[in-house]
Design a protein around this ligand. Sequence first.
Ligand SMILES: Nc1nc2c(c(=O)[nH]1)N[C@H]1C(S)=C(S)[C@@H](COP(=O)(O)O)O[C@H]1N2
Ligand SMILES: [Mo]
Length: 388
Amino acid sequence: MSGLRLAPPTEADFPSRLRSPSVTSRVGLWLGISFGLCFLTGLISHYAQNPTQPIPFPTSPSWGYRLTQGIHVVAGTAAVPLLLVKLWSVYPLLFRRPPREVRRLVLDGLERASIAVLVAAAIFQLATGLMNAAQWYPWGFSFRSSHYALAWVAIGSLVVHVAVKLPMIRSALGADVEASDNDRPTAVAAGALSRRGLLRTTWLAAGVAALAVAGGTVPLLRKVSLFAVRDGEGPQGLPVNKTAAAARITDEMVGADYRLEIVRGDQRVSLTREDLVAMTQRTESLPIACVEGWSAGAQWTGVRVRDLLDLVEAPAGAEVEVTSLQPSGPFRRTILQGNFADDERTLVALALNGQALNRDHGEPARLIAPNRPGVLQTKWLARLEVAL
Ligand SMILES: Nc1nc2c(c(=O)[nH]1)N[C@H]1C(S)=C(S)[C@@H](COP(=O)(O)O)O[C@H]1N2
Ligand SMILES: [Mo]
């Protein structure tokens, strides 16, 4: 037993040439691209879920949200191995001796603080994102608002970090991978593999991570996506996010007494299932695209929402409050913006892929609209109320 030492390591304790700006900047470039994609697609997703939209979120293309949210989750997942390798490559700098001169000491402290913020925000974003995709919510705060707030912290500190490191990034990316010009003086030992080998392994890990979740969105990849949370299976060929039992939908609620209420002021129309089936039926191919990254296309048949709104003479562009039979839960009530309510593809669906809606997919009736986040595609509809 000779190696026991209580003092913290010093930079010289990490002699591997692999822990170099050459590796850090190359992995960092792809990490930056992943975070950039996550940020932009995240802004889109956040906006799409806003009840009020000063600029209406478009209803076309119907698969737009499916694409942007798929990119969001795939890029975020691929970023996990990239972040791990990047942190590994800069780890020795944590133990670098602080400069003596006061001005340089202050600058060094500021840089370390900004990196601490960036690393904390990045870890928070990736961890909460993955946990959300796995439908595991062990926290007490709102996922959406905290993930959104920390996205600004992450992207802000990322921009500062890139600006501060730009000279080093340019120099390292401009030189050969194996060049040692920018290396720490003590990093001279050959690693277990070459830098090219380490980078190749890193890209492979990021690719495997991306593939592991991409199958939740890309049908052809389903077979290889061992870790996709939803494997494309579920009643009527569509995954289920929340079952009727979990939402506490009872037989009585959807039995003979079921009515769909269409309300505008004191105008009120109550429709039975038979009334709904007797109206003109339309069939649309529209995807369900969950914020958690899985998505699936399906054929929906039912009544146009606009036809229902006409029963209470709702004006064009009117916003609609959609309420579920579900007794409680954050998604029992959603807002259907005017442009979505008026889109002719927006349906109160009664059937899915040619069969009456399965209870878990929202029987007797559920909302389905083009380019709308899955979380807002309300199941077990009770009421459509036109805002005045
Ligand atoms: N009433 C109600 N509707 C809901 C939900 C819910 O929890 N309650 N979950 C939503 C979510 S998050 C998604 S992704 C879709 C999934 O629809 P599916 O289960 O039919 O695939 O339903 C949405 N509709
Ligand atoms: Mo969802």
